[in-house]
Write a protein that binds this ligand. Structure first.
Ligand SMILES: [Zn+2]
Length: 115
């Protein structure tokens, strides 16, 4: 797992806020997330790996860096999140594996059937 590359900007002293692309919730580092046990002053990149949007439960990858509240506009948004890299759930992977097994078994059965 790799964290998104962090921009070096004028806003370094003020940690950036992150907006949920699903519901518009904005994570404020200065406030933290008391419901999830995240103390105030925790930057978004330092949130626990399993942290999710407190409003809609979106994953961290669904959040967009919108810069700090006091930062000048023009914050470059070139953070690269790995959308679509691995969308297969464990269940889907199992389905693939057992699906392939089933095909192999049917293949062998058909061979025996020919005799
Ligand atoms: Zn959300």
């Amino acid at each position: 797992m790799s964290e998104p590359a962090q921009e070096q900007t004028l806003a370094e002293q003020a940690p950036p806020r992150y907006e949920c692309l699903s519901c518009g919730y904005v994570y404020e580092p200065s406030k933290g997330d008391s419901n999830a046990g995240v103390p105030p002053g925790t930057e978004f990149v330092d949130l626990p790996a399993g942290w999710r949007c407190p409003v809609c439960s979106a994953k961290r990858t669904q959040f967009r860096n919108i810069g700090s509240s006091g930062a000048p506009s023009g914050f470059k948004e070139n953070l690269d999140y790995g959308f679509g890299v691995n969308r297969l759930t464990p269940g889907q992977k199992n389905l693939l594996i057992f699906g392939a097994l089933g095909v192999a078994i049917l293949f062998f059965l058909s061979l025996y059937g020919l005799r």
